[in-house]
Design a binder for this molecule. Structure first.
Ligand code: MD3
Ligand code: FE
Length: 217
């Protein structure tokens, strides 16, 4: 369970950093499980492939997504929602694997949220240039539960704003193995990802993968 916090130069800096009230960065928390996490992501994507969805406004997202859990996040011309079925296959999403569930639960507990029981895990895949514009995550029923995010592959610049879209944003670099728990007053903050810079990651190549665990229903 213990993340290999002292494994290499990238882990310089405190292992735990409070980014804002309710937002806790656990540097390198997922690193010791990197190989297993990537194998499990590949297995999920074999059942429910990554796809670039259409927003209600008719724009194709630059980020490719899939989900696991009893519901997955989907967007189409009719809007955003959590759905029990993958619209591409008409089948239920793959279950959240125990490895994922344990990691999310342990990270949440480390950040002070006991008994986090996610029912959805959104998996985002970024290639160079892909971005996620500033948004709030408010499609989940239980806003009292945190969101746990896990970054893998190429580093990203994360934009973290306030409760209003126009609030000033702060930038943080998220690297392979970083886990962030977003709860309390941070839960409804505007956030996004700047266009991904090109690079090569030893395990994931020219990609970044982000897992977000949510209590959606
Ligand atoms: C702060 N994903 O899937 S993860 C998303 O890296 C999303 O793919 C980004 O935003 C990514 O919705 C950012 C970090 C994150 C996730 C959810 C949050 C930060 C958050 C919810 C509230 C506040
Ligand atoms: Fe988000």
């Amino acid at each position: 369970m213990a993340a290999d916090l002292f494994d290499g130069l990238e882990s310089a800096g405190p292992a735990r950093q409070q980014l804002a009230p309710g937002a806790v960065l656990l540097r390198g928390f997922a690193r010791s499980q990197q190989a297993e996490l990537i194998a499990v992501i590949e297995a999920i994507a074999a059942q429910a492939p990554f796809r670039r969805m259409m927003t209600p406004g008719g724009h194709q997202m630059s980020v490719a997504m899939t989900s696991c859990g009893s519901c997955g996040w989907v967007t189409d011309r009719t809007g955003y929602r959590y759905d029990a079925l993958d619209p591409e296959s008409g089948q239920p999403w793959p279950a959240i694997p125990p490895l994922f569930r344990d990691l999310a639960e342990q990270a949440a507990s480390e950040a002070g949220f006991a008994d986090f029981a996610p029912d959805a895990c959104l998996i985002n895949r970024y290639e160079p240039g892909a971005k996620m514009s500033l948004h709030q995550d408010r499609d989940e029923r239980d806003i009292g539960a945190p969101i746990v995010s896990v970054s893998l592959g190429l580093p990203a610049t994360f934009l973290f704003g306030g409760l209003k879209r126009t609030d000033k944003t702060q930038r943080y670099r998220l690297v392979h193995g970083d886990v962030v728990v977003w709860g309390g007053p941070a839960r409804l903050a505007f956030h996004g990802i700047a266009p991904l810079a090109d690079g090569e990651h030893a395990l994931l190549g020219r990609r970044r993968i982000n897992l977000t665990f949510r209590r959606a229903r």
